[in-house]
Ligand binder design. Structure first.
Ligand SMILES: [Zn+2]
Length: 242
């Protein structure tokens, strides 16, 4: 917090008013495992690309249709994973298989049965050098940090588990299970009634003049999908440029 205060006092005041677990991975108790950015809105942007500069009713319809489509695709993906007898989601399978392969390059050099703590030597690849990682099975922790961040045993943990005759697949967190994957997408979307039957709005819409200012050339490149509503603006820009 001190470093933030030195950089920007206003930012420090703003953040000091919000509990740390809401904006810092170091204080959130492990809830945002594997999420290396707090900008989750980007995930929504990828689903809703193109749903902007449209009339409100069109945005509502498009948002609903895109979300329904997203859920349909995910359910189909989940069913495919069930048919292929996968234990976990594709993401978790890829990570686990990669680290299981890598674990064959490691060896346990020291193991304390009492504390279930192991020292694991890496070094299968000459270019990467040899390192020692410390695995504590009793507290589900490895000094490399991956087990804590991803909820999937890293190569050092897999190596230690095998050394200890423990099945490493039991160390993967349950939220990667296919049943939980499918449960995340079992929600229902109610059909949207025709606009004429919507409740009357309790607010008024106003244009924001700042948002309508012309952008300076060469800035703010965008990958957004252009639609019908963009065309008059493009023509206006071309007219002014002449
Ligand atoms: Zn590790």
């Amino acid at each position: 917090m001190e470093a933030i205060r030195n950089k920007n006092i206003l930012a420090h005041r703003y953040l000091a008013g919000i509990s740390k677990e809401k904006w810092s991975m170091a204080h959130d108790g492990g809830w945002r495992r594997g999420v290396m950015t707090t900008n989750m809105s980007e995930c929504l942007n990828s689903v809703l690309k193109g749903a902007r500069r449209l009339p409100i009713s069109a945005i509502v319809h498009l948002t609903l249709l895109r979300c329904v489509q997203y859920f349909i695709e995910r359910v189909a993906k989940g069913q495919r994973m069930v048919q292929e007898n996968q234990l976990w989601s594709d993401y978790a399978c890829r990570k686990y298989e990669e680290w299981a392969r890598k674990s064959s390059e490691h060896r346990v050099v020291k193991y304390d049965v009492r504390t279930q703590t192991a020292s694991v030597a890496t070094g299968g690849r000459p270019s990467r050098g040899q390192h020692i990682q410390v695995v504590r099975l009793s507290t589900s922790d490895c000094s490399c940090g991956k087990w804590t961040i991803f909820g999937i045993p890293c190569s050092h943990v897999i190596c230690t588990a095998k050394y200890h005759s423990l099945d490493p697949t039991t160390l993967v967190q349950s939220w990667y299970n296919i049943s939980n994957y499918l449960a995340a997408y079992e929600g229902r979307f109610e059909p949207l009634a025709d606009e004429r039957y919507w409740d009357p709005p309790t607010f008024e819409l106003h244009h924001n003049p700042v948002r309508r200012e012309r952008r300076r050339a060469g800035r703010d490149t965008t990958t957004r999908v252009r639609n019908e509503m963009d065309r008059p603006m493009v023509r206006e820009r071309q007219r002014r440029a002449q």
